[in-house]
Write a protein of this length. Structure first.
Length: 364
């Protein structure tokens, strides 16, 4: 049995005490079958029992990664939502050649299992602060690209962050390390990107699981941005449980793919690409596939590749600026813990909505 990855706080950038990290996470629940979780009537895993720490020593001690999934004690237990109010963070794609315009509540339609729902809460992204965790793959495999990747990430923070927004930066290798906790100061986030170093293996699913848990206590639009090739080699969690934890946190996953996009399938990690597609589509996000120019080296900044990554981050930033938060109370009053499929439509021609595939109803 492989030893679990560790969750660390970087001593230079995170000396303060705060309550948002997990010292012991025990996830007991049924395995969610398959990559697509959007089938009604499936029984999700039980809500994990979680214990939080209030203070940490300086420099902080390493925190354990999430535990390996165990056999459920009760297969009928469901992931619970915190309230009967269902919220959906929705990204809007503007028609080709169209002008960006502000949509109104009446422009949207929400269906739950095919039944129209009344929208009771509605806000556009300027009204809802962004709470974002960037997961940066720093395994040895990304060493040739680490320099221009971290430069592109720094530029992204400078462009997308507003006064009311906060972001954190996690480094993901064998361990998951917090390089910068939640902050609204762009300078701290940019400085944190300079601390990214390529080493070790990849515990991507552990990083997603811990980022989702980190987001749970905060209010606002919860977003996870991954800069990764999608591979995972050392996680104690699997994709299904990382996705379940993200759905519990009501978070959206976006990914900047940095792997090999050659036409030869023998040289590509197709399983990793499919995993990224599942994580993003099921939560209402998207994968961006920038070109990576050949010949980049760790000490040789490749400006062409940097420009390609800049373009991908720019598209992501545009998505984050065209998001809407929609809330409704389900007409289905059954508290059965079953998965309910969500569909969000925009009534105006040419506009399309991207949102999570569904949610788990509360269970009495």
């Amino acid at each position: 049995m492989k030893s679990p990855a560790r969750f660390r706080n970087h001593p230079r950038s995170c000396p303060r005490s705060y309550p948002g990290l997990v010292t012991g996470l025990l996830l007991t629940g049924a395995l969610i079958g398959g990559l697509a979780l959007g089938q009604s009537g499936r029984t999700p895993p039980q809500e994990p029992v979680r214990k939080r720490t209030v203070t940490k020593p300086v420099p902080p001690d390493p925190l354990p990664s999430p535990p390996r999934p165990t056999e459920p004690q009760d297969k009928n237990e469901a992931i619970r939502i915190n309230s009967d109010l269902v919220t959906i963070v929705t990204s809007v794609a503007i028609p080709a050649g169209g002008l960006e315009r502000t949509l109104q509540r009446e422009d949207f339609e929400v269906l739950e299992d095919g039944v129209r729902q009344e929208i009771v809460n509605f806000a556009r992204d300027p009204d809802v602060p962004l709470r974002m965790v960037m997961l940066f793959d720093t395994s040895t495999s990304v060493a040739p690209r680490i320099n221009f990747e971290r430069r592109a990430a720094a530029r992204f923070f400078e462009r997308v962050m507003r006064a009311q927004d906060q972001a954190a930066l996690f480094s993901v290798s064998t361990d998951v390390t917090v390089l910068q906790e939640f902050t609204g100061k762009v300078s701290l986030l940019v400085n944190a990107t300079k601390q990214l170093r390529a080493k070790g293996a990849t515990s991507l699913y552990d990083g997603i699981y811990l980022a989702a848990d980190y987001l749970k206590p905060v209010t606002g639009r919860r977003v996870i941005v991954m800069v990764t090739d999608g591979g995972d080699t050392t996680s104690s969690q699997d994709l299904k449980h990382a996705l379940a934890e993200t759905q519990q946190a009501d978070a959206v996953i976006f990914a900047i793919f940095t792997g090999n996009l050659t036409s030869s399938q023998n040289l590509r990690d197709l399983a990793a690409e499919r995993a990224l597609a599942a994580l993003t589509s099921e939560t209402g996000g998207e994968v961006y596939y920038p070109k990576l120019a050949p010949g980049a080296r760790e000490e040789e900044i490749d400006e062409q590749s940097l420009n390609y990554l800049d373009d991908a981050f720019t598209k992501l930033g545009s998505q984050l600026r065209t998001q809407y938060t929609i809330g409704f109370y389900s007409t289905n009053e059954a508290r059965d813990g079953r998965f309910r499929k969500l569909t969000v439509r925009i009534k105006k021609p040419g506009y399309t909505a991207r949102a999570r595939s569904g949610y788990y109803a509360p269970k009495s």
